[in-house]
Design a protein around this ligand. Sequence first.
Ligand SMILES: NC(=O)c1ccc[n+]([C@@H]2O[C@H](COP(=O)([O-])OP(=O)(O)OC[C@H]3O[C@@H](n4cnc5c(N)ncnc54)[C@H](OP(=O)(O)O)[C@@H]3O)[C@@H](O)[C@H]2O)c1
Length: 174
Amino acid sequence: MTTIYYTASSLDGFIADPDNSLDWLLSRDIDPEGLMSFGGFRAEVGAGAVGATTYQWVLDQEGDQWDASLPTWVFTHRDLAPQDGVTFTTDDVRRVHAAMTGAAAGKNIWLMGGGDLVGQFADAGLLDEVWVQYAPVVLGGGAPLLPRRLELSLEELGRNREFLCARYTVSPPG
Ligand SMILES: NC(=O)c1ccc[n+]([C@@H]2O[C@H](COP(=O)([O-])OP(=O)(O)OC[C@H]3O[C@@H](n4cnc5c(N)ncnc54)[C@H](OP(=O)(O)O)[C@@H]3O)[C@@H](O)[C@H]2O)c1
């Protein structure tokens, strides 16, 4: 079981532009069967965690339907409508991670973002890998990829059409 931050980023390290838009990302060419594609990644995932802003953005795209096949913990203080498979939480990331590990039943855990939520898992030593698909654009500002100082080790690197794809492991502190 591996805890993975899987996301796409601008070259200058933003996962959304200052208007919380992903227009700069969604228009791009990617091979859905290619390197680090979503389908292959998703098949090995058994549980997910996401911040409220990202969750709301996905619901807006998907007609207010969450993927109920993925047990998901949504970190929020908001009063959000119930969804199958979704647990709303303000709990400590360690306790949530333990619950996710049980739900994942040996499969991987996907930290969907945003960056600070993933940073909270990293602070607790619970982030194993970072997979980033870099789009050929600089945004100059927006939501940061991972606003922490962490040492990483580059394990895999390649191209999927317009994207530079990189897989890193998180190095132990010290
Ligand atoms: N490029 C990509 O592939 C990609 C991937 C993911 C996200 N995104 C985009 O990036 C942006 C991310 O925005 P973001 O980083 O500001 O937001 P985010 O992490 O999605 O959401 C932030 C919110 O999460 C809640 N939260 C975080 N930690 C919490 C905790 N410990 N306990 C309880 N609630 C907690 C808070 O919600 P409350 O306000 O309810 O307290 C906070 O305002 C979004 O626009 C998203 O669509 C892009």
